[in-house]
Design a protein around this ligand. Structure first.
Ligand SMILES: Nc1ncnc2c1ncn2[C@@H]1O[C@H](COP(=O)(O)OP(=O)(O)OP(=O)(O)O)[C@@H](O)[C@H]1O
Ligand SMILES: [Mg+2]
Length: 210
């Protein structure tokens, strides 16, 4: 049996990842694909515990501790959820993955890229998503969209310059891996974006048997 495809969604807080993840899952489900949706940090029982530590705005930690916890949760996520699902032919869509570590811990917090690369190859070897959708949005619009939603977590409490660095790091990642990472202009309407998504997903669907 063929392995499933692994799709990740990236972007700053409020860029529209969760909104479009749901759309993609429904769209692929409608094509008869078995889809598993998940998120990072988290996705496993242990990973969700790590997530609450990472997002708790009262919890102070060193930037490298934060990085190590992210990768620890990812190790568990790959082992318990992502790889088993892909191996049985399911498609997996994850709200964030390793590009987020480069953006938030690398760009945002200034953790050395060399260290992120070591952790990346330790935790996932050469394994990479088949497709990464990067939702690019200005910090101002993202903040406006998020305002009414919920109480800010440890990352969302950061100042604008933090998010400018995160966004810049995402854009750098996208330029380094143009074949894997597709950039979407998230300032467009939801309908425009889903049209774009439909086009972007077509090449992945070609491999499906009729
Ligand atoms: N293209 C769009 N145009 C207008 N509003 C949008 C668009 N995409 C998403 N939104 C709205 O913006 C808000 C944030 O979107 P969403 O929760 O999907 O972002 P997110 O990237 O998952 O954020 P977080 O990282 O905080 O989870 C939601 O209220 C959503 O309905
Ligand atoms: Mg979300």
């Amino acid at each position: 049996m063929e392995n499933g495809k692994f799709i990740t969604l990236e972007g700053i807080d409020g860029a529209g990842k969760s909104t479009h993840l749901e759309w993609i899952a429904n769209y692929l489900g409608g094509k008869g694909i078995r889809v598993l949706t998940t998120r990072e940090p988290g996705g496993t029982q242990l990973g969700e515990h790590i997530r609450s530590l990472l997002l708790d705005h009262r919890q102070m930690m060193h930037a490298e501790t934060e990085t190590l916890l992210m990768f620890a949760a990812r190790r568990e996520h790959l082992d318990k959820v992502i790889l088993p699902a892909l191996n049985q032919g399911d498609w997996v869509i994850s709200d964030r993955f390793t590009d987020a570590s480069y953006a938030y811990q690398g760009g945002g917090r200034g953790v050395l890229i060399d260290r992120l690369q070591i952790l990346e190859s330790w935790v996932q070897g050469k394994f990479q998503p088949d497709l990464t959708l990067y939702f690019d949005l200005s910090i101002e619009v993202a903040r406006r969209r998020m305002q009414s939603i919920k109480i800010a977590d440890r990352f969302e409490k950061e100042q604008n310059d933090f998010f400018h660095r995160v966004r810049a790091a995402y854009i750098t990642r996208a330029s380094q891996f143009p074949e894997r990472i597709q950039i979407l202009d998230a300032s467009h309407s939801i309908d425009d974006i889903t049209d774009q998504l439909e086009r972007i997903l077509q090449p992945l669907l070609i491999s499906l048997k009729p």
